[in-house]
Structures are given as structure tokens and as C-alpha cells.
Design a protein around this ligand. Structure first.
Ligand SMILES: Cc1ncc(COP(=O)(O)O)c(C=O)c1O
Length: 394
């Protein structure tokens, strides 16, 4: 008998996304005609702004439908550099920028370019699962540092510094964070940067939700890193969340030019470059009017405040107020018991099947006992979802 065919060993430690599994379950129920309110989604419910769509149509009409330069078209790289210069006051040029097919590919290129066998890379949990899986795919070991709900999921410099070993090659931070909505404090990042300055440790900052901040809290994390560890810093951004462009697949890397070139080398052997039409759409998004971003942000803020208010009034849920992104991440352990639902996964399943509300269980983010609810849904839907959850729980 021949040996059964097997997968590559690198897949031994990689698991499929649980957030995708929620999506599949929702789709299956909808096909049966069940009316589901989806608070599981990790994407804006707003349409892509009209002027962005128009730029893509114009790009097609103008024949921008062929290969582009690997790191992206020159005006888009300049627009991205201008965004970081203007917003954070950091020095950068198109040579620092690589346009990618989404922030996810940006982070993946960075992991492949910087990490390998025998390396340790620290990140914080609860966190977005792809960060850990990408570290594993690059052959390195992920070291998870836990943040605490009682501390508002604050990423503490000390906890990260304590996790450093001689094998540490990188630290991946995400602020505003998915699933917690928490932001890292400038003072903590500053202490962390001082602790790693001059060491062979990369600081990678996932800023995909950078424009979705709801309070006045300072958040110039790129500025902090640029002033302390410019040669060790890599930023990753995205058009997905700020401009409601998830399906277009456009993100970017901002890194010292030699690192940007290495990330481009990785990308040149996989996708080559982000879609030409998408690049023109993203250029319109970054250089066009920003009122669409302000309007979406204001609406998310209203929804956050409403949802946090309702959840806080129910003492079976424990919640910290998120400062950014579009998720709330309450502790639901008071609703779990040996008689059932026993886990937050069981609870999420029960809410889906019995209350017809889709949420994502904390297990998907390495945080059993929590639920992630997205407020990238209309106020009306949020209202109805909360009413259904309350009816189910009573
Ligand atoms: C924390 C975080 N980083 C990066 C991404 C990547 O998004 P995209 O690839 O659409 O830019 C996501 C998407 O959900 C995310 O939640």
C-alpha cells in the first residue's frame, strides 16, 4: 500500500479561521430562509464611497488593466507616504512603501521576509488570529502575551519585555485592536521601544483600524516608533476598514527601504502586485475628500455608545469600553455553566441557532469566555439583535 498523501509539515500548526466558520454557518442558515442578524462580520456595512468606485471605472476605461510595478503605482506609493507624513509627522518616501493585496498580505510578506525557523515572535492576545498563524507559516514560534479585560486589554510594555528571550526576533502589535477595540498607549509603546532599541528585534505595528478611533486619546504610535527605533519599525496599513474597501484588497507596508525591498521580493513570487484597478481606487480614497471617513466614524461612535450602554446595563455581561475598531468584546463567563451553554463557543452557537444573531466566540481570538460583536451593522439591526439576545437569555 502506498503511503497516504500528506500535507506540508508547516500546516501542522496552522488552523483554519474560526471567523470564516461563523460566516459559513450564517450563509447556510440564510439559504434555508432564516433571518439572521450578522454581528460576526469583520467588515464595514457601508458601501465603498462613490468617488472611489468611479475612479476604478475610469481606470478600466483608461486601460489600467495590465501589470503594474511590484511595489505599486508611483502616485499611490506617494499618497500612502503623504498620509503617514501628514497624519503622524514621520519622514517617509515611496521607497519605504510596498502596496499589497490587503493588510493581511502586508503582514504576511513582513513575516516571510523577517522571521524563520528558530525565531520567536511576540504578540498579544486576545488578538486577531492571522497574526499568530502567519508567524507559524513563516516557520517561527509565536509567543502570546495575554492582556487583561480588567485593564481594558492594555498592552503593557513590561509584559512584552518580560517575554523576550535570546531567540526573539520580532514583536507584532495591533492598535486599535481586533477583537478588543483597545488602543496601545503612547507611553507604553515608548517604554517598549526603549527596551528593544539597538537589539535585533523588529517592531511591527498593525494599523489597519487607524482611522477608526472614537475618543480624543492620543494615538501617534508611528511617531513614537519613528523617534526611537526608526530602523527597526515596520508599519502595516489598509484601505479596507477606513474606506469600506474590504473586497478590493488593498493594504500596504511602510518599512526601511531595504526591508520594503525584501517584502516586495517575497510578493513578487506570489501575487506580483495588488490589482491595478484597485490601486487606482485606493489612490482616489487616500487623495479624495475624507468626509466619507468622518461620517462613517461618527456613525460607528454612535453605535458603540449605544451598544456599550445596553450591555453595561446587563450585569451578566462585563464590558470595557473600546476606543477604536468596530467591535465590543464582553466577558460572558457569567452566562456559562456545566448545564449549558458550557463555553462561549456553545453560547455563540445557541445565539445563532435560537436567537438568530451571529456573533464570534472568544475562542477564535484565543480568549474563551468572551464574545465579539461587531457594530458594523445599522442601529436598527443592533437594536433588534440586542432584543433577540435578551429574549433568548430570559
Ligand atoms: C487586526 C487586523 N489586521 C489586519 C486585517 C487585514 O485586513 P485587510 O487584509 O482587509 O486589509 C484585519 C482584518 O480583519 C484585522 O482585523
Amino acid at each position: 500500500m502506498p503511503e497516504p498523501l500528506s500535507l506540508a509539515r508547516r500546516l501542522d500548526r496552522v488552523s483554519a479561521s474560526q471567523t470564516q466558520q461563523v460566516l459559513l454557518a450564517v450563509e447556510a442558515l440564510r439559504r434555508q430562509g432564516v433571518d439572521i442578524i450578522d454581528l460576526g462580520a469583520g467588515e464595514p456595512d457601508f458601501p465603498t464611497p462613490e468617488h472611489v468606485n468611479a475612479a476604478a471605472v475610469e481606470a478600466i476605461a483608461a486601460g489600467h488593466t495590465k501589470y503594474t510595478a511590484g511595489p505599486g503605482i508611483a502616485p499611490l506609493r506617494e499618497a500612502i507616504a503623504a498620509h503617514y507624513r501628514g497624519r503622524y509627522g514621520i519622514e517617509c518616501t515611496p521607497a519605504h512603501i510596498v502596496v499589497t493585496s490587503g493588510g493581511k498580505q502586508g503582514l504576511s510578506n513582513v513575516a516571510m521576509a523577517l522571521f524563520g525557523q528558530g525565531d520567536e515572535v511576540i504578540t498579544h492576545v486576545p488578538g486577531w488570529p492571522s497574526i499568530v498563524e502567519q508567524i507559524h507559516l513563516a516557520g517561527a514560534d509565536a509567543v502570546r502575551v495575554r492582556t487583561a479585560a480588567e485593564e481594558g486589554f492594555d498592552v503593557r510594555a513590561d509584559s512584552i519585555l518580560e517575554a523576550i528571550t535570546p531567540r526573539t526576533r520580532g514583536i507584532v502589535l495591533n492598535s486599535p485592536g481586533n477583537p478588543t477595540g483597545a488602543i496601545m498607549r503612547e507611553s507604553e509603546l515608548s517604554r517598549l521601544a526603549e527596551g528593544v532599541a539597538g537589539r535585533h528585534i523588529w517592531l511591527i505595528l498593525d494599523l489597519c483600524y487607524e482611522q477608526l478611533l472614537y475618543d480624543e486619546t492620543p494615538h501617534n504610535l508611528p511617531g513614537v516608533l519613528a523617534s526611537r527605533v526608526p530602523g527597526q519599525t515596520v508599519l502595516v496599513g489598509s484601505a479596507s476598514k477606513s474606506y469600506a474597501m474590504t473586497g478590493w484588497r488593498c493594504g500596504w507596508i511602510l518599512a526601511p527601504p531595504a526591508i520594503a525591498a525584501a517584502c516586495n521580493a517575497v510578493q513578487s513570487h506570489s501575487t506580483s502586485h495588488a490589482t491595478s484597478i484597485t490601486q487606482h481606487a485606493a489612490l482616489a480614497a487616500l487623495t479624495g475628500p475624507q468626509t466619507c471617513v468622518d461620517l462613517m466614524r461618527d456613525e460607528y461612535r454612535t453605535r458603540r455608545d449605544a451598544l456599550v450602554g445596553w450591555i453595561t446595563a446587563d450585569d451578566r455581561f462585563k464590558i470595557t469600553r473600546p476606543a477604536g475598531a468596530f467591535y465590543v468584546f464582553p466577558d460572558v463567563s457569567a452566562l456559562l455553566s456545566p448545564e449549558g451553554p458550557r463555553t462561549s463557543s456553545d453560547l455563540a452557537l445557541a445565539l445563532l441557532n435560537d436567537a438568530h444573531v451571529a456573533v464570534t466566540p472568544g475562542e477564535a481570538f484565543d480568549a474563551p469566555g468572551f464574545l465579539r460583536m461587531s457594530y458594523a451593522a445599522s442601529m436598527e439591526q443592533l437594536h433588534e439583535a440586542w432584543a433577540r439576545i435578551q429574549r433568548y437569555l430570559s
